[in-house]
Design a protein around this ligand. Sequence first.
Ligand SMILES: [Zn+2]
Length: 618
Amino acid sequence: MKKILFSIGILSAVYVQAQSMKTTIDLTSVKDDKIPVKIAVPKMKNGDAKFHFPKTVPGTYSVDDYGRFIEGIRFLDAKGKELAFTKVNDNTYSLKNVQNLAEVSYFVNDSFDDEMNAEKHKAVFSPSGTDIEEGKVYLINTHGFVGYFDSMQDVPYQLIIKKPKDFYGTTALVDQDKSEDTDTFTLANYAKLTDSPLMYSKPDFITFNAGGMDLVLGVYSPTGKYKAADFKENLEKMVIAQKKFLGDMNTNKKYAIMLYLAGTDGPQIKGFGALEHHESTSVVLPEMMPKEAIDETLTDVVSHEFFHTVNPLKTHSEEIHYFDYADPKMSQHLWMYEGGTEYFANLFQIQEGLITKEQFLQRISDKIKNSKNYDDTMPFTVMSKNILLDQYKDQYRNVYEKGTLLTMCLDIELRKLSNGEMGYRDMIRKLSQRFGENKPFKDDKLIDELVTVTGYPQIKDFYSKYIAGSEPTPYEKYLNMVGVEIKKQETPPILWFIKDPNQTGFNEKNSTFIFDESTPLSTFAKKIGMKITDEVYAINGKTIDIQKVQELITYVQSIKPGQNVTVTVLRKNGDKTDKIDLKGQAVMDKMTLETLDFKANPTAAEQKLQNQWLTGNK
Ligand SMILES: [Zn+2]
């Protein structure tokens, strides 16, 4: 009996060996900022085949076309003779008669250097992007480096990274060779490969155990301002808290955090944040942030990514389970995948005592405010399903705002229905027990499944109205149930470039204001023909000195409606940048600010529900 089992093991090991896509990424041969990649392909059946790079990857919800960064691709037979191919689009190559194919080789250009070039193509979100800084850092989001044949997505990949001796790769993967010049990893299939990012740099990492899980944090800080050890205490506290919050919902034994801090000398990037993976997360933040701000952001961002291990990484619909990298189908449930995850990332902080209840309420209040930048009557399920299309993609950011609020209201609804016994977290736990890693749910059956696992058919009504319907969610009604009141206040009229001035960023290199592409322009900006990708260089000739930004704001506030205003912007025009004056009369926008407060005299029922909401206790 044993022998038979043993021999089967051997055979499958041999089979795996013979069948793997042996992929070599050579960090030691950078040429013109590009890295050579070679994939030794196992023998394929004769016939046609398509070789792809992903159009998008799980978790990003945007069309990124990673094939754009590939150059000099060659398909070779065993003797090194080139086979003919047709380039179908940015991501796809088509070949005929592939039985002699032995190797694919190409160069990879990084996406970081392309981020400010958003006129041609929307930039890749930095944490899912690639960076090649010879001798300094290599951010290897594997989906940007490695392609696949459509018939061979389930074939194992052997990943070999040739690296400078003194470089260390932060990753959740385990290096299988002893050599200092190479790291070797085996991945079960293409999906596992793309789930496994790596960051190579001069070693700066710490390992520790928290909440029963082994963690590695690797940091790239270009000026050396920060060391991995600086962030240990905060991370440890956070991880222990979130493991406690999740209980048996999370079974991770290890987790890797790649923290890339962007300096002013390196590539100009703006996609700060993080991307989730089963056993790791890649985080990109500006190095100029003070330590306290990085700690706070890491708590918010890393916990968010870690909560993704619950969903969509583990519990998800078929669209995600059978992810189509070349022609992705989206799920309707970003309200749960992103909204619910962001809700967890805030809720665990109040429930585990990392923030005060006032801070928690401030976060909810900010989300209500931010959600007003988006279309409140667009059904969330429709937006989610169509998120890759142009007319919906600008609504994406609302998943972190309204998505969170939807799950918060559902949490309160469930607690109200169950007399405090059941909340959103309990519902997700039950859902993850019913489905899981190897058992996706049917996308359009989710609400029925949620009714089944909770036993409350009333939540279908909530879902139909506020999540799948066009009715704006009555936040006031739900917050009132937990003893919170909303006070409304109008801001003074302001002249600015985007609807919500708080979403303004700063480009240190050009000393310009920059804006996220998904942020709506202000009435004034639209009137003068500004584009969201423009960088604001000067207002009425006054340039921007970030040290004296308050003076500039005071000046802008002194501008009267109807007054002539000239805004100087930097606008990308192919490879060059034009400096353009946009002129028009000032138009002010007003915002209604809503502040949330705990009621001074809540009813006993409101107080009870509030306690259950904020502590998670029954
Ligand atoms: Zn997320």
